[in-house]
Design a protein around this ligand. Structure first.
Ligand code: B12
Length: 430
C-alpha cells in the first residue's frame, strides 16, 4: 500500500491539537472549570439579601459567560450593595474591603466608575473619592496604633482597587503596606496570613506596573520578592499554599508577580483535587479559586475591554435534593471558653452531616444556657456572640473555632459534623 504523506501529516497534526486542548495531568480540567463557573453563576442568580461583589469579579474574569445573568447581577450590586455601603459610611463604620471589591466588580464589567456616587451628609462623591478617604483613615490608624482599622487584607484590596482604576495611590499609603510586609506585620493566626500576603502581592505588583512608585520602586521590588518567597515557602506537601482556601489567592498573586504557575504544577493539582472533592461550595471560596484555575488574577481587571465575549454558559435545572432518612446520631461536646478563661462544656446529639450551625442551634434549643448570635458576612454567618459575650472586631477579639484542638478551616455554616468530636469555641485576641 502506498503511503499518503499529506493524510498522515494531517492526522498527526489534528491529534496534536486534540492533545493540547486537554491536559495530560488533568483531562477533566475544562469540565471542573465549567462546574465551578456554573456554581458561581447559580449563586449569583439566587436572590441573596446582599449580592457578592467577589462573585461578580470572578464571573467577569472567566472565559465563559452568561451575559444576561451577569448584567442582572451587576444591577443588583448597584442597588443593594451600593445602599449597604452607603449606610455603612453614614454610620461612620469602616467599609474598605467591600467598597474595594465593589469597585473591582464594576471595573470587571467595564462600568464607568464616575457615573456612580455615594451620598453621605447630603454630599455626593464618587466611589473612588470615598475609597481614597477610607484608605487615608486606615493609614492614620496604622500610624497611630500600628494596625489598619480593618486588616491588611482589606488595606491591600483598597490599594488594588485604586490602582487598577488608574488612580494614583498616596505613597504614604503604599509605604505602610511595604513596611508591614518587610517587618512581618502581616500575621493572622495560622494560615490566614497567606491570603493577606497574596492580596498585598497583587496590590504592590499593580503599583509597580503603573510605575507610579517613583523613588519607592526599589522598596516595592524588595517587598514583592519577600511576598513571593513567603508564598512559595508556605507550600504544603499536597501542593496547597497555606490551606485549601488560601491557595487560589496565592496562585493568583504568583501569576500577577510574573511567576509561572503551570497548569500541571503542584498547586494547580491541589486546587483541582479539592474541586473534585467538593471542597469549594461556598461562593466566596469559588470566587477566589476560579480565576486561579483559569491562570488569571485580579490584576487582569486592569486591561479588561468587555468586547466580543462568549455567551455560552447556561444553568442546568437544579437537581432536587432528597433528604436521607434515618441518619446516624453523633454525640458532640461543645466547650465554650470565655474571655476570663472560664470554660463550660455542653453535650448534644446531632444527625450526622449537620452543619456546626445546625448543631449549635439544637444545643440552644435544649435550653442548657448556651445561646449564640451570628453576623452575616460575604463568607456566610460569622459567630459573633456566645453566652451573651461579644467577641468584637473593634476589640481585636473573635470566637475561634476548633475541633479536638485543631483550628477549623471553615465557619459554622460550612463545617459539617461527620464524627463524634469536641468543638471548642474560645474568645481569642488576634
Ligand atoms: C482577616 C480574616 C479574619 C479576621 C477577621 C476580623 C478582622 N477585622 O480582621 C479574624 C481573625 C477574626 C478571622 C476569623 C476567622 N476566620 Co478568617 N479570614 C480573614 C481574611 C484573611 C480576610 C477577611 C476579610 O477581611 N475580607 C474582606 C471583606 C471585604 O469581606 P467581608 O466578608 O466583609 O469580611 C469579613 C468576613 O470575611 C469576616 N470573616 C473573616 N473570617 C471569616 C471566616 C468565616 C467562616 C466567616 C463566615 C466570616 C469571616 O471578617 C471580615 C471582616 O469583618 C480571610 C481570607 C480570605 N481569603 O477571604 C480569612 C478567612 C475568610 N477566614 C477563615 C476562617 C476559617 C476563619 C475562622 C473560622 C477561623 C477559626 N478557626 O476560628 C474564624 C471565624 C470564626 C467565627 N467566629 O465565625 C477562612 C474561611 C474559609 C472557609 N471556607 O470558610 C479564610 C478564607 C482564611 C483561610 N484561608 O482559611 N478571620
Amino acid at each position: 500500500m502506498r503511503a499518503r504523506p499529506m493524510a498522515s501529516f494531517l492526522y498527526i497534526a489534528s491529534a496534536l491539537v486534540a492533545l493540547s486542548s486537554t491536559h495530560p495531568c488533568a483531562p477533566d480540567h475544562d469540565e471542573l472549570l465549567v462546574s465551578l463557573n456554573k456554581k458561581l453563576l447559580r449563586s449569583a442568580d439566587e436572590q441573596a439579601s446582599l449580592p457578592n461583589p467577589s462573585v461578580h469579579l470572578a464571573l467577569r474574569l472567566s472565559t465563559h459567560h452568561n451575559l444576561v445573568k451577569e448584567s442582572a447581577h451587576l444591577n443588583s450590586l448597584k442597588s443593594k450593595l451600593h445602599n449597604d455601603i452607603e449606610s455603612t459610611l453614614v454610620k461612620e463604620q469602616a467599609v474598605t474591603g467591600r467598597l474595594a471589591l465593589y469597585i473591582l466588580a464594576l471595573k470587571s464589567s467595564c462600568h464607568d466608575l464616575n457615573s456612580l456616587t455615594l451620598t453621605v451628609d447630603q454630599k455626593s462623591e464618587t466611589l473612588l473619592t470615598h475609597l481614597k478617604r477610607q484608605m487615608d483613615k486606615e493609614k492614620e490608624h496604622i500610624a497611630f496604633s500600628h494596625r489598619p482599622l480593618t486588616n491588611y487584607y482589606q488595606y491591600s484590596l483598597g490599594i488594588l482597587a485604586l490602582c487598577v482604576s488608574g488612580v494614583r495611590v498616596n505613597p504614604h499609603v503604599s509605604n505602610k503596606l511595604v513596611h508591614a510586609v518587610e517587618n512581618g506585620l502581616i500575621k493572622n493566626e495560622d494560615s490566614l496570613c497567606i491570603d493577606s500576603l497574596a492580596m498585598a502581592g497583587m496590590a504592590l505588583q499593580c503599583l509597580k506596573d503603573a510605575e507610579s512608585a517613583g523613588q519607592g520602586a526599589d522598596k516595592l521590588g524588595v517587598a514583592l520578592s519577600t511576598i513571593k518567597q513567603k508564598l512559595q515557602d508556605s507550600k504544603r506537601t499536597d501542593g496547597h499554599m497555606g490551606n485549601e482556601f488560601s491557595t487560589g489567592l496565592a496562585v493568583q498573586a504568583l501569576l500577577a508577580m510574573g511567576t509561572q504557575v503551570e497548569k500541571c504544577s503542584d498547586s494547580m493539582n491541589a486546587l483541582r483535587a479539592d474541586v473534585r472533592k467538593g471542597t469549594y461550595h461556598n461562593p466566596m471560596a469559588i470566587s477566589q479559586v476560579l480565576p486561579a484555575l483559569l491562570q488569571r488574577s485580579y490584576l487582569n481587571v486592569k486591561g479588561k475591554e468587555c468586547r466580543e465575549e462568549d455567551d455560552s454558559l447556561v444553568l442546568d435545572p437544579q437537581p432536587q435534593l432528597t433528604e436521607l432518612a434515618g441518619k446516624t446520631s453523633i454525640p458532640l461536646e461543645v466547650e465554650v471558653v470565655k474571655s476570663d478563661g472560664k470554660a463550660t462544656t455542653y453535650s448534644v446529639v446531632v444527625p450526622q452531616g449537620s452543619s456546626l450551625l445546625q448543631a449549635l442551634t439544637l444545643l440552644q434549643e435544649k435550653q442548657t444556657g448556651f445561646i449564640f448570635e451570628t453576623e452575616s458576612s460575604l463568607w456566610g454567618p460569622f459567630l459573633s456572640s456566645v453566652e451573651r459575650e461579644q467577641a468584637r472586631q473593634t476589640d481585636r477579639r473573635f470566637w475561634r473555632l476548633s475541633s479536638d484542638g485543631n483550628s477549623l478551616t471553615q465557619g459554622v455554616q460550612d463545617y459539617k459534623i461527620d464524627a463524634a468530636q469536641k468543638i471548642t469555641i474560645k474568645n481569642t485576641t488576634y
